[in-house]
Design a protein around this ligand. Structure first.
Ligand code: SF4
Length: 703
């Protein structure tokens, strides 16, 4: 029996695998985030392992466009040759790397080290840029530290009230919903989403309520809520004086957002805005008088915008006005999406970052990491460029000529997908490591077959900042190899300085040293005690006492109880401003996930039972809007804008606003919602505008 975790989302549900030799049997394991429950993605995850389309050997593109299997030696030699020749012709930044929030901590760490030391490039970023970057930027500004949930998920179990903005956990991570049972019974679940999602329906069932704003007006709605809290003297003034800075500027920034004006922009009635602000303030006051806690949680729906960081700041401002973060009366959290979305953003895959959340431009930070790596700090390249810029400039005079992608499928998942597709085709050499021939791998010159979740050892860090063990239960198929082995072999061929162990435990030991004294400090985490199921949350400095008692929480399960991470120990209220724009008359597109699928769908579209329920892309549209566009249920529709056209089958639903349609983003290149999404990025996080685009609808007649 092997105790491990689901390969998909950041809930990292506990799974038990029993390998009888003839069969691998999966069951849900009693773990704190899932209580033994799994969603249908988790239950069917063994289908990924035994899938007939698993890549089992390196594949090299032939002159006729087909792929042919080659040996690992040839594949690795070829990568080294190409990297060296392109580097000598065009400089080290002509070779780039793109990582993933699905990689284990050890692989994320080693990928960053490999890029900087073996390739010598600054051109590294990862798909978490498209996921958690606005949340990270917003929480860093406010608290001085970015950990998605600065408290254990189980703290939600006792909540009196939760304001959940832009997250549909009922579909994306169903076992999360057990943590909402009590708050629903108490009538305290308030969901903000332009679509009446499965989670929004849960709130209504439990006597909570659903605010359904005009797409891309979350920031204005949050400013309106803060306005009511301040105008009606509902803020916690003692907390604000003792634990925050920036109140005067914040007060000025929300002054103009009185409810009627906010209602005109957001479409949320003024009385609903007042009701929500008052209910939150009342519940927060009760919580501090011995009642149940109150939380504000955000997800990608409000974060994946070109103003995503400001929107996160506005959500945190509201939580701070209510006196919640850093207390036992509740707090603010952001719900991480990818399986290792948390760990993936800590260990050096980002263009401006070194392990332990260290800054690549900071001389002290560079010196610390260089010492662990055994190199001169001077040889570590400086900051690179974020994902959209890195990808869109590929093959241009300022961009990389060669790219290595590990665990990502940007042809489907990056914004303005036609541009990304064209950029990849401009490359001299594209290497993709994956376990299936994803849409991006299909464009590669060389494809590397890698291990999956149940074939490898390592650690992951879940949405609470808890560090977990991923364990191998079976042998990999064919010649599939771990990225750690690939980096080790390539580092030798490239004569890289430093060492590149292929062993996960050894890499973890080095990662601990590199993170020591940093924000996400793992130096006191013990691999053996993780193996025994110890609950360990970072920061966990060296010398921390670790208990394997199931009731014990080790490290720092709850952050900020004494002080925030800024130098003065206070949280910063960030004054943010929003445009006063009348709602557009055009149709708004919002994008999101379905119950059956995960991210770009590379994995879940290959699982028959998931694909059978959700085989193709559906455009959710209100019946009245459909009628106005002469679209009938089930009809194929061209959804278009200046960036491209996606063809989807109409699904009529009164869950949609009249001015809004919804597309999921899990489907292949020709039908990905990201053909339509906007590559404009947030000035602080470089997050693209994924969640709002204007589109026109054209029914396809006679199909
Ligand atoms: Fe749990 Fe997420 Fe896996 Fe579903 S996909 S079983 S919610 S970890």
């Amino acid at each position: 029996m092997t105790a491990t975790h689901c390969p998909y989302c950041a809930l990292q549900c506990g799974i038990t695998l029993e390998n009888s030799g003839a069969q691998l049997v999966l069951s849900g394991r009693d773990f704190e985030t899932n209580g033994g429950a799994l969603c249908r993605k988790g239950f069917s995850a063994t289908k990924l392992l035994e899938h007939p389309q698993r890549l089992q050997t390196p594949l090299l593109r032939q002159s006729d466009g087909s792929f042919a299997p080659i040996t690992w030696d040839r594949a690795l030699d070829l990568i080294a040759e190409k990297a060296l020749s392109i580097r000598s012709e065009s400089g080290a930044d002509a070779v780039a790397m793109f990582g993933s929030g699905s990689l284990t901590n050890e692989k994320a760490y080693q990928l960053g080290k490999f890029a900087r030391l073996a390739l010598g490039t600054s051109r590294i970023d990862y798909n978490g840029r498209f996921c958690m970057s606005s949340a990270a930027a917003g929480t860093n500004k406010a608290f001085g530290l970015d950990r998605g949930m600065p408290f254990p998920l189980a703290d939600l179990d006792d909540a009196a009230m939760i304001l959940m903005l832009g997250s549909n956990v009922a579909d994306t991570m169903p076992p999360f919903v057990r943590h909402l049972d009590t708050v629903r019974e108490r009538g305290g679940l308030i969901v903000v989403d332009p679509r009446r999602s499965a989670t929004a329906k849960l709130s209504a069932e439990g006597a909570g309520w659903h605010l359904q704003p005009t797409p891309a007006t979350d920031l204005q709605l949050l400013l309106g809520l803060a306005h009511v809290v301040l105008a009606e003297s509902l803020a916690d003034s003692d907390y604000l004086a003792a634990r925050t800075t920036g109140l005067d500027a914040l007060r000025a920034s929300v002054a103009a957002w009185w409810p009627e004006r906010t209602a005109a922009i957001t479409g949320v009635p003024a009385e609903e805005i007042r009701r929500t602000a008052r209910a939150l303030a009342h519940a927060a006051r009760e919580a501090k008088n011995g009642g149940h806690p109150v939380y504000i949680l955000t997800g990608r729906g409000i974060e994946q915008h070109a103003n995503g960081t400001d929107t996160v700041s506005a959500a945190i401002n509201l939580a701070l006005l209510l006196g919640l973060p850093g207390t036992m009366a509740g707090g603010y959290g952001t719900i991480t999406g990818q399986g290792n979305g948390q760990g993936g953003r800590e260990h050096g895959q980002k263009c401006d970052q070194l392990p332990g959340y260290r800054k690549i431009a900071d001389p002290e930070h560079r010196a610390h990491v260089a010492k662990v790596w055994g190199v001169d700090p001077e040889i570590i390249p400086g900051p690179g460029i974020p994902a959209v810029q890195l990808l869109n400039t590929l093959g241009t005079a300022t961009g990389a000529r060669m790219l290595m992608i590990h665990g990502a499928n940007p042809v489907v998942s990056a914004p303005d997908a036609n541009q990304i597709f064209a950029a990849l085709r401009r490359l001299d050499f594209l290497v993709v490591a994956d376990f299936f021939l994803s849409e991006t791998a299909a464009e590669a010159d060389l494809v590397l077959p890698v291990l999956q979740w149940a074939e490898e050892e390592g650690t992951m860090t879940n949405l609470e900042g808890r560090i977990l063990r991923r364990r191998a239960a079976i042998a990999p198929p064919g010649q599939a190899k771990s990225e750690l082995w690939i980096f080790s072999e390539l580092a030798q061929r490239l004569q890289a300085p430093g060492t590149f162990s292929p062993d996960a435990a050894e890499v973890f030991a080095e990662l601990k040293l590199a993170s020591a004294g940093g924000i996400s400090d793992y130096s006191g985490v013990n691999w053996e005690q993780l193996d025994q199921g110890a609950k360990i949350y970072w920061p966990c400095p060296e010398g921390s006492t670790i208990s394997t008692d199931p009731a014990a929480r080790n490290g720092t399960p709850r952050l900020f109880l004494d002080r925030f991470a800024h130098q003065d120990g206070k949280a910063q209220l960030i004054a943010v401003y929003a445009p006063v724009a009348s709602p557009s008359k055009k149709i708004s597109l919002v994008t999101g996930r379905l119950l059956e699928h995960y991210q770009s769908g590379t994995q879940t579209r290959r699982v028959d039972e998931l694909a059978a329920t959700s085989p193709d892309v559906r455009l959710e549209i209100h019946p009245s809007t459909a009628l106005a566009h002469q679209i009938s249920d089930g009809q194929l529709v061209e959804v278009s804008n200046q960036r491209g056209t996606t063809i989807a089958r109409a699904k009529l639903s009164t869950d949609m606003r009249l001015d809004t349609v919804f597309l999921p983003f899990h489907f292949p290149r020709t039908s990905t919602a990201n053909l339509l999404t906007d590559p404009s990025v947030d000035p602080f996080s470089a997050m693209p505008e994924f969640k709002h685009a204007q589109v026109s609808l054209n029914p396809i007649k006679g199909e």
